[in-house]
Design a protein around this ligand. Structure first.
Ligand code: ADP
Ligand code: MG
Length: 352
């Protein structure tokens, strides 16, 4: 059955919102491509107003609506709940795109990581039983592991759908209070490779703090934006050849690094880390050799955490943050990495 027929039928039965239904609340974000507000929306005066998020976007809004519609059908749990997007023409600035999502929660991973309490401030949000373990590396590692598993799960959903996000960073990961899980937001820079939407990467959209070293997600040898039917036939092959999903894996690897190393959580220290890593030809092992001998307590703590259980965390990290995209692990393979078996091991060690 044709996807577009399905989409049409769904559109027909889904509620349609318009500008006048929306009551603007607090501004949540302001980027060069649009502004984001918390809004409430009442369709009937009697009903409880819905708690939503509105993005008023510029020209990239059209792509973002496309991506969110795809995600809604193919991997809804990976991203914030998308309700509806439309073109708004009555603004003085010309056409805008308006996008509406459910308000998932107050905090992004960036907000949570900024707290001195991290990762303990996340523990009761995502783990059912709070632990008897004393505060320490084991307990922190278990929380970080759970966050990583949720991020990779969401990312695997996107990648299996054929979408590369290209702007994975803590600011674009929202904690969903309803799902008690982290979800991905901000598909404004995403590429849908199965149909060639936004196929040519716009480098200027990429955040240099979290971007992988490759400038182009698809090699420059590949033909430029093919038309939809050709792209659908070709792209699985192109995907295999170029592994564009590994761009996101590098970014999520940097998030893993920041969670493990408190000293690398600020913007400035991440920028400094990126410089150091570049000097080491993007080889984490030589970076470690260069910094470990004169490491302060915050760096040492990160290495200790990753070295638990024979260094299984360090092994996972180094398989994500690599110069060559094809040497990076995929989200799906990473989910099967022994690092994530730790919980089972821990449970066993309690029984013994
Ligand atoms: P921008 O293009 O400005 O980066 P984002 O889509 O990342 O736009 O949204 C900006 C901010 O708005 C996010 O960092 C987050 O704090 C908040 N936000 C976005 N979507 C949601 C949502 N569904 N629920 C709660 N907060 C959200
Ligand atoms: Mg954002």
């Amino acid at each position: 059955f044709d996807m577009f027929v399905l989409a049409f039928i769904e559109r027909f039965f889904r509620p349609i919102y318009k500008k006048d239904d929306v009551v603007l609340g607090k501004k949540l974000g302001e980027g060069s491509f649009g502004s984001v507000y918390r809004v409430s929306l009442a369709r009937k005066p009697s009903s409880k107003p819905a708690d939503l998020v509105l993005k008023k976007a510029t020209e990239y809004g059209a792509v973002e609506i496309w991506m969110n519609e795809r995600v809604r059908r193919a991997c809804a749990n990976s991203c914030a709940d998308f309700l509806y997007g439309f073109r708004e023409t009555s603004s003085k600035k010309g056409a805008e795109y308006w996008l509406l999502w459910r308000f998932e929660g107050e905090a992004t991973l960036a907000d949570l990581m900024q707290s001195r309490e991290f990762p303990y401030n996340v523990e009761s949000l995502i783990l059912r039983e709070v632990q008897d373990l004393p505060k320490g590396l084991d307990r922190e590692n278990r929380i970080i592991l759970t966050i990583m598993r949720q991020l990779l799960f969401a990312l695997d959903g996107l990648h299996s759908t054929g979408i590369v996000h290209r702007d994975i960073k803590p600011q674009n990961i929202i904690f969903s209070e309803g799902s008690r899980a982290f979800k991905i937001i901000d598909l404004g820079a995403a590429a849908d490779l199965r149909v060639g939407i936004n196929y040519i990467p716009k480098e200027f959209l990429l955040d240099p703090r979290y971007a992988a070293p490759e400038q182009y997600i698809m090699s420059t040898q590949t033909p430029s934006a093919p038309s939809a039917p050709v792209a659908t036939a070709l792209s699985p092959v192109l995907w295999q050849l170029n592994l564009p999903d590994r761009f996101d894996i590098y970014s999520v690897g940097l998030i893993f690094l920041q969670m493990a190393f408190p000293g690398l959580r600020s913007d400035n220290s991440l920028i400094q880390f990126n410089r150091q890593l570049k000097r080491c030809d993007y080889d984490l092992v030589s970076w470690r050799q260069s910094v470990e001998p004169r490491a302060g307590p915050e760096l040492r703590k990160g290495f200790e955490l990753l070295d638990l259980d024979g260094g299984i965390g360090w092994e996972l990290l180094t398989s994500m943050v690599r110069f060559k995209a094809r040497q990076r692990i995929s989200a799906k393979t990473a989910l099967a990495h022994p690092y994530f078996d730790r919980e089972g091991l821990l449970a066993l060690s309690f029984i013994q």
